[in-house]
Design a protein around this ligand. Structure first.
Ligand code: TXA
Ligand code: MG
Length: 347
């Protein structure tokens, strides 16, 4: 399959630029799959009402069919068609954070969306992305669009069109290049079907921001478990993983350098995942600064690029710094722990 690629040209008039990808909207309406930018990561979109379109998404990604997709909408009014009810907490959260990196779980109204999109569950995940290209594309189709991150399953999520191209060229009908995404980690997934909202996946909207608006918010206990390092991580944790094994180091820069030196003595090629503040300190084969520790949002926005960087090198092993788990650090640590297969070491 030939993958068409369009660029959104910010230097020309908005209307002219958007007309370039009306073809992308037409492909979506014809139940083809198209990747597009959102404010978090690139998504791989398909008509959520159509079995064929949704099957194409799973096929292109190589995604297990029991993992449900997020439905993307451009207007709140689209919800009533496929959501059973909108709880009060959800109303407040939508009002405050949509469009934005917040996905809400609702009870599903049956018979509208493809069962493949919701993996046969009785609930559905929905979000309204805060990106002009995504919103314009969604409006042009008028459809609820199912869109997981546009990476091959298991790989880091794509934050540039080139990442999508690397993973999916030849496997999807189209790609709209809208430049690099901003937030860099995926949306926060919050279950709103119970009395108290539950964070199922930390992301771009922090727990602190949610609490400010709705009061008590619980973090899914399964997430807390994940942050402890199991002795032998199962395959289910291989997500976002770079090709070389990543070890997170609980300790100082000196501790990390100590591990690097050890591996150098064994003759291995060694990478270090750090931040701008510490970049000059390390002596290793590859030292990659992922944003600024003092500004965690910059770490979030370059995290996946950093993980993909090591795949372009011959690094045999990577050592990474850890981050505080508050604010957007919650999402950063959640993704890093998965990328590291929960391997945390200390001296
Ligand atoms: O920022 C994002 O959310 C990006 C962009 C493209 O919008 N999308 C994204 O989709 O990250 P994906 O498919 O990579 O992750 C969707 C997550 C998965 O963890 C899935 O299990 C969860 O949402 N999910 C979907 N439907 C659910 C449901 N009904 N109940 C619980 N979790 C659900
Ligand atoms: Mg994903």
């Amino acid at each position: 399959m030939i993958t068409k690629r369009w660029s959104v040209d910010n230097s020309v008039d908005k209307e002219d630029s958007y007309s370039q990808f009306s073809q992308a909207a037409d492909l979506l309406k014809n139940n083809e799959v198209v990747a597009f930018p959102t404010e978090t990561v690139y998504g791989l979109g398909g008509n959520a009402k159509n079995d064929e379109a949704v099957r194409k998404i799973f096929e292109a990604k190589g995604r297990p069919s029991d993992n449900p997709l997020i439905i993307h909408i451009a207007e709140k009014g689209q919800l009533d068609a496929f959501v059973a009810e909108i709880p009060q907490n959800a109303l407040v959260l939508m009002e405050r954070f949509w469009p934005g990196p917040l996905t809400l779980i609702f009870n599903l109204k049956d018979g509208v969306l493809s069962h493949y999109a919701t993996a046969g569950l009785s609930t559905v995940a929905v979000r309204m992305p805060d990106h002009p290209v995504a919103l314009e594309l969604l409006k042009k189709t008028g459809l609820p669009i199912a869109a997981p991150s546009a990476n091959r399953s298991g790989k880091p999520s794509p934050t540039t069109a080139d990442h999508v191209w690397e993973d999916l060229n030849g496997r999807i009908a189209g790609l709209v290049d809208g430049g690099p995404t901003g937030v860099g980690v995926e949306s926060t997934v919050v279950d709103c079907t119970g009395e108290v909202p539950v964070i199922l996946r930390p992301g771009g909207i922090t727990r602190e921001q949610l609490t400010e608006v709705v009061g008590e918010v619980i973090v899914d206990p399964a997430l807390a478990d994940e942050s402890q390092a199991p002795k032998s991580p199962g395959m289910k944790y291989r997500h976002y993983a770079p090709d070389a094994p990543l070890y997170l180091v609980e300790g100082t820069k000196e501790d990390i350098q100590h591990f690097v030196d050890d591996k150098k003595r064994e003759g291995l090629s060694v990478g270090v995942l750090t931040t701008l503040e510490n970049k000059e300190f390390y002596c290793a084969d590859y030292v990659y600064a992922c944003g600024q520790r003092e500004k965690l949002e910059t770490v979030a926005s370059s995290l996946y690029e950093a993980l993909r960087f090591f795949n372009t090198t011959d690094a045999d092993i990577i050592f990474g710094e850890m981050f505080p788990g508050e604010g957007v650090g919650h999402a950063i640590m959640n993704r890093l722990m998965k990328a590291a297969g929960h391997r945390v070491i200390s001296r």
